[in-house]
Ligand binder design. Structure first.
Ligand SMILES: [Zn+2]
Length: 276
């Protein structure tokens, strides 16, 4: 993937520019990437919303379900994706950040085997994931991101970091907590930061293998909890020995694991499956 003149080159992205910007970033900016979901059904609907002159919103790049990119604002211009927001001593993150919108329905309502988005579209069980949002205490259902989207986000952030001095990668739900829930617990935010920010001065090999991919339960009955620590409530029946799990994240001796639900398990009871 390549950036030329503050735009992704045409072999990597469709360019559909809108003039909804507050002008150029100040010196040494942007230094932040903010990740969003569109809370919509398609890239087309997101693009049309951003093209609509009556909607005061825009973003730099939209990532479709198949991983296809559309750039709407060049990277040296301030877009309108963050709204009222703050991080550390900063307020109004638009003036510091590149906004990436991933096409995703967001929170889903479960009724029987059907999962329904706020705009009425239904999704199958395999497209839904149950997890506790880091700003909340009860589990909800969330629309899963596709593998193509996740790898497109990783690749895009890496490319942006090749051109701009990025210091922070944040979720909208971290800079506007309470008001916003995107990208939510279905997005592997820690993994993205771990790969791109925390290890970016080490070699590639080490960077790639920081968070293990898979493991299985190595004890009889393991609690899966809403957060990393025994003070967080279990969110499902204990996992039985040899249950295989996908590891999404790692924090203070705990793994965030995806089984039938997504929750946190103590690392010491997980035996890792090493890739051959
Ligand atoms: Zn957002």
């Amino acid at each position: 993937m390549k950036i030329s003149g503050h735009k992704l080159t045409p072999d990597f992205a469709e360019i559909s520019e809108v003039n909804k910007t507050s002008g150029d970033f100040k010196r040494n900016l942007p230094d932040t990437i903010v990740i969003h979901y569109t809370a919509g059904s398609s890239a087309m609907s997101a693009i049309n919303t951003f093209k609509d002159p009556s909607v005061k919103a825009s973003a730099h790049v939209i990532i479709d379900t198949d991983g296809k990119l559309t750039q709407m604002v060049p990277f040296h211009k301030i877009a309108w994706h963050a709204g009222k927001s703050s991080w550390l001593d900063r307020k109004g993150l638009n003036q510091y950040s590149i906004g990436i919108e991933i096409v995703n329905a967001g929170r889903l309502e479960k009724s029987g085997d059907i999962f329904r988005s706020w705009f009425g579209k239904t999704y199958r069980m395999e497209d839904a994931l149950e997890a506790v949002h880091h700003n909340e205490s009860e589990p909800s259902w969330w629309h899963r991101y596709t593998e193509e989207q996740i790898s497109a986000v990783f690749e895009l952030c890496k490319t942006i970091m090749g051109t701009y001095q990025i210091r922070y990668i944040l979720g909208h739900d971290e800079i506007s907590p309470g008001r916003k829930s995107d990208p939510g617990p279905a997005f592997p935010m820690e993994k993205l930061r771990e790969r791109l920010l925390h290890n970016n001065r080490k070699d590639e090999v080490e960077t790639e293998s920081k968070i293990p991919e898979k493991g299985f339960v190595n004890t009889k009955g393991l609690n899966i909890r809403s957060g990393p620590g025994v003070n967080h409530n279990p969110i499902a029946e204990p996992l039985s020995r040899n249950t295989e799990l996908t590891i999404l994240d790692e924090k203070e001796g705990w793994y965030q694991a995806d089984v039938t639900v997504t929750g946190w398990v103590s690392k010491k009871y997980i035996k890792l499956i090493k890739d051959s």
